[in-house]
Write a protein that binds this ligand. Structure first.
Ligand code: TUI
Length: 309
C-alpha cells in the first residue's frame, strides 16, 4: 500500500502509532516500526535525558524509522526538539499545541515534522509553517482532543491543504482505514488499538479496561475549559465530571489528569488512574502483537478497497 505517507517516512504501510504519553515506549514503537508502520516514542513530560534512553533502546530494537512525539504543553519541548535533531530521528510528531517555532530547525536537520491538528485553521497554519504532513485527529480519540469528528474533519482538511493528511480518531480496523482513505487521507494513526498490543507496557488493569470497554464507555472531562480529555469511565473520571459541574478550576482538573495518566499506566490504580482511550475501544477485544495488528488492518483495508473499486 503506497501513498505519499509511505514515501515520506520510508515505511511499508501508512499506519502510524499514536505517541501516547506514558504509554508509547521503545518496546511498542519498535514493534510497530518492525511491523512496517511508523512507531512513535512518547516525549510526554519527560526530561530529554530520559527520552534519550528510550531512543537508544528503540535503536537497539529496530533498524526501521521511528519518531518522537512531542507534547507541546511539556516544559521540556525545546530540549526534546534538540534531542530529536542530535539523534537524527526521521520524524517528530507534535500534539497539544503549535510547533511552528521548532519547524525550521527540525527541517534543516532533515527531521520530518508531523503536527497533530484538530481543525482546518490549524492545518493551514501548519502547512504554511512548513510541516511535511498533518494528522487530522477527531474527537473520537483518547486523550487531549478538539471538537471536530474524524468524519467531518478529514475531508475538510484534505480540501484545505496540499501536504498529506493522516486520519486519526475512531480508527481501529481495516474498515476505518479504508474509510479514511476514501475521505482523502493517505494514512491512519491509531492509539487505542495499540493499547491492546502485546508489546504495549501498560498495567493489566488498563489493558483489560480497553478490552472490556463498550462503545459508550468513554467520557470527556475538561470540556468546559475548552481542553477536553477523553478517558474510559472510572472512579476518577466520575469525580472530575462532578468537580467540573461544581465549578472547579481548570488547573485543579488538569493537574489531576496529568498525574493520573501515569497512575493508570504504571500502577494498577483503578481509583485514581486516568485511563485515556478513544471511543473505538468498544471494537478492541483482543490482545495481539503489533505485527498482527498492522497486517490485519492493512489487509482488511486492501480487501475492502478492492471490493468497492
Ligand atoms: O495531544 C494529543 N493528545 C494527548 S496529549 C496528552 S498528555 C495530556 N495529559 C493530560 C492532560 C492533557 C494532556 C494526552 N493526549 N493529541 C493531539 C492533539 N493536538 N489534539 C489536539 C491538539 C491540538 C490542540 C491545539 C493541536 C494544536 C492546537 O493548537 C495549535 C495552535 O495554533 O494553538
Amino acid at each position: 500500500m503506497k501513498t505519499r505517507v509511505t514515501d515520506l517516512f520510508h515505511i511499508q504501510y501508512p499506519v502510524i502509532q499514536g505517541g501516547m504519553a506514558w504509554v508509547a515506549d521503545a518496546s511498542l514503537a519498535a514493534a510497530v516500526s518492525n511491523a512496517g508502520g511508523l512507531g512513535l516514542l512518547a516525549g510526554a513530560s519527560h526530561p530529554a535525558e530520559e527520552v534519550r534512553k528510550q531512543i537508544l533502546h528503540a535503536k537497539e530494537l529496530t533498524d526501521k524509522p521511528f519518531g518522537l512525539n512531542i507534547m507541546l504543553m511539556s516544559e521540556h519541548s525545546a530540549d526534546l526538539v534538540q534531542l530529536a535533531i542530535e539523534e537524527h530521528l526521521s520524524v517528530v510528531a507534535t500534539g497539544a499545541g503549535n510547533p511552528a517555532k521548532y519547524i525550521p530547525s527540525l527541517k534543516e536537520a532533515g527531521v520530518k515534522v508531523l503536527p497533530v491538528i484538530p481543525s482546518v485553521a490549524i492545518a493551514k497554519k501548519m502547512e504554511k509553517a512548513g510541516a511535511d504532513a498533518v494528522v487530522a485527529e477527531g474527537c473520537e480519540s483518547g486523550g487531549h482532543i478538539g471538537e471536530m469528528t474524524t468524519m467531518a474533519l478529514v475531508p475538510q482538511v484534505v480540501d484545505a491543504i496540499s501536504i498529506p493528511v493522516i486520519a486519526a480518531g475512531g480508527i481501529a480496523d481495516g474498515r476505518g482505514m479504508a474509510a479514511s482513505l476514501m475521505l482523502g487521507a493517505e494514512g491512519v494513526q491509531m492509539g487505542t488499538r495499540f493499547l491492546a498490543a502485546k508489546e504495549c507496557n501498560i498495567s493489566r488493569t488498563y489493558q483489560q479496561m480497553v478490552l472490556d470497554a463498550s462503545d459508550s464507555d468513554s467520557v470527556v472531562t475538561g470540556r468546559t475549559f475548552g481542553r477536553g480529555v477523553r478517558s474510559l469511565k472510572s472512579p476518577l473520571s466520575k469525580r472530575l465530571l462532578e468537580m467540573e459541574k461544581n465549578g472547579a478550576q481548570f488547573e485543579e482538573i488538569e493537574a489531576l489528569t496529568m498525574d493520573s495518566l501515569r497512575k493508570a499506566v504504571q500502577q494498577e490504580d483503578l481509583e485514581n488512574g486516568s485511563f485515556m482511550a478513544g471511543q473505538i475501544a468498544g471494537l478492541v477485544h483482543q490482545c495481539q502483537s503489533a505485527k498482527e495488528i498492522v497486517e490485519e488492518i492493512v489487509f482488511q483495508a486492501e480487501k475492502l478497497l478492492k471490493k468497492y473499486s
